[in-house]
Design a protein around this ligand. Structure first.
Ligand SMILES: Cc1cc2nc3c(=O)[nH]c(=O)nc-3n(C[C@H](O)[C@H](O)[C@H](O)COP(=O)(O)O)c2cc1C
Length: 224
């Protein structure tokens, strides 16, 4: 019998899982992930999200080819500068591997958000297309990642599609009224889940005032 780990264990072991097996993920499991996604909060509970589940080989190849092209062309200079032995180098290698194998992921989940101007942009300053309300979509994205982790599925958050988003709209028939916020490749992991590497919370925390310290709780590294 499999047991679901507790939510804190899930969060502490939810690494970006970019090496995936091509084996299919049953619809019932995808549904469970989507049900978790729509539990998320959103501004005024408007739930202006929409999801596109892509499993067709030709469609995944269409996406993967463009993603890989942009990964190489946008980051070619960065790759050359980063020492592959460093933590940053490992992230780059892993992200590059995902780009080259994106089309093999059994599911690509497009997390979309309805476009809407933020309150802070005055009506007279609104030009062109409004962005999607990222703040109302990312909680759902995080729920997808947590649900995948709980189900033993590998997943990772990607945003490189921004470089060719108009092509996605044309290919998949996504209306202009929606923006694609994140694309999450999902599949059974090749690797193991393991501890994440993060700065301890107290280094990022201030107490009462910016720069304020409280041992064990708030020990900010940077008060500037
Ligand atoms: C807003 C955002 C955008 C990201 N975009 C990409 C991306 O385009 N490609 C990618 O491989 N990973 C992307 N990531 C994943 C991060 O690289 C990853 O979460 C981070 O390196 C931590 O990795 P870990 O969870 O394995 O420790 C993105 C993460 C966030 C939060």
């Amino acid at each position: 019998m499999t047991t679901t780990p507790d939510v804190f264990e899930l969060m502490h072991t939810m690494r970006a899982m970019r090496r995936l097996k091509p084996d299919p993920v049953p619809d019932g499991i995808i549904r469970k992930i989507l049900d978790a996604a729509v539990c998320a909060p959103s501004g005024q509970n408007l739930q202006r999200w929409a999801f596109l589940v892509v499993t067709d080989d030709a469609d995944k190849r269409f996406f993967g080819e463009r993603y890989a092209w942009w990964m190489e062309n946008r980051f070619a200079g960065e790759f050359a500068k980063i020492d592959p032995a460093t933590a940053q180098g490992r992230v780059m290698r892993s992200a590059r591997h995902l780009a080259q194998h994106m089309h093999e992921a059994p599911v690509l989940l497009f997390c979309c958000g309805r476009r809407d101007w933020p309150f802070a942009v005055a009506p007279e300053d609104r030009r062109g297309l409004a962005p999607p309300s990222y703040g109302s979509i990312y909680p759902a994205v995080q729920n997808v990642l947590l649900a995948c982790r709980a189900l033993g599925l590998g997943a990772s958050l990607t945003t490189m599609h921004q470089m060719f988003e108009p092509e996605l709209h044309a290919h998949f028939g996504i209306p202009e009224s929606y923006g694609v916020v994140a694309v999450i490749p999902i599949g059974w992991p090749r690797g193991r889940f393991g501890p994440i590497t993060r700065e301890p919370a107290p280094r990022k925390t201030h107490f009462d005032r910016w720069g304020g310290r409280r041992p064990g709780l708030a020990e900010p590294e940077d008060a500037s």
